[in-house]
Design a protein around this ligand. Structure first.
Ligand code: ATR
Length: 259
């Protein structure tokens, strides 16, 4: 039986096994999907050792680390320097990125048109490069980034042609995307305030419903989007890459994430 899994640290919270196993059974594709907790120093060993694995999803914090062990990268993986989907076959380890598609598709669903729009990215973690590439594909030319540790924002700005804004500074934007890890814990609260901002789009990459960032934005009259659809779309694309079937995202699938 073919084996698939998601690696990360932490990994306990990952909903990928539930989702992929649901689709594997729904489309009668043989195989099983598990999760594996790894530490940084064990990633290479793991990727090179177990030949029985056919596909791996990669989550925080290994999306960059795994690049060192891939024999090939797709164009998107190379452009983003971020790999979340690995296919293992015939001694090849192919690194791909489906986060770009996930983010892009979640906004296409809402008929988002990026022309003449300004996007404001908060945070400079691993997901930012994927978000930027997706925004570019959607036609957004003007992207501003702000991060608590400014030099990380500056490095990304140089690489992807972004504008850096000081942490906490309010700028004029059409869509703001929280790419920090704040919000994962219930007690977390982004130390940023957006008074008098309304009729904008507030997007939180985290797939938990209604982080404080989104709750506050909604109260002020903004449109809010959580990371659920991005998560589902990146998984859909991984499934398609591995099995050649584009699995349906319907209410039953969406509800899987709510249980
Ligand atoms: P990843 O694994 O996604 O790359 P990361 O590199 O740890 O994660 O990035 C997490 C992001 O959340 C960073 O932008 C981080 O800001 P710093 O670069 O200043 O560390 C941001 N972040 C985490 N906790 C934060 C906090 N309490 N306030 C502001 N930003 C925070």
């Amino acid at each position: 039986m073919k084996k698939y899994l998601v690696i990360g640290n932490p990994i306990e919270h990952s909903l990928s096994p539930k989702l992929h196993n649901y689709w594997l059974s729904r489309y009668k594709v043989g195989g099983n999907y598990e999760k594996k907790l790894l530490t940084e120093d064990k990633v290479g060993e793991f990727l090179k050792s177990d030949q029985k694995i056919s596909g791996i999803n990669v989550t925080v914090p290994f999306k960059k680390t795994v690049i060192n062990y891939c024999s090939e990268l797709t164009e998107l993986a190379s452009a983003s320097q971020s790999v979340n989907t690995i296919t293992l076959s015939n001694d090849k380890i192919i690194g791909d990125n489906t986060d770009v598609y996930g983010f892009e598709q979640s906004l296409r669903d809402l008929n988002f048109n990026g022309l003449n729009k300004t996007a404001y990215i908060i945070g400079a973690g691993g997901v930012v490069s994927s978000v930027v590439i997706a925004l570019n594909k959607l036609g957004v030319q003007n992207i501003v980034i702000s991060n608590r540790t400014k030099n990380k924002a500056e490095a990304l700005a140089k690489e992807y042609n972004l504008v850096v804004s000081d942490w906490g500074k309010i700028i004029d934007f059409d869509i703001i995307i929280n790419c920090t890890s704040i919000g994962l814990k219930k007690s977390d609260s982004l130390d940023l305030d957006f008074p008098n901002v309304k009729d904008k789009i507030f997007y939180d990459i985290i797939y938990k419903p209604k982080t404080k960032f989104l709750l506050n934005a909604e109260k002020s009259g903004n449109k809010i989007i959580d990371g659920k659809m991005m998560f589902l779309y990146q998984a859909q694309k991984s499934f398609e890459i591995w099995h050649g079937i584009k699995p349906e995202i319907n209410d039953e699938v969406i509800n899987l994430l709510n249980d």
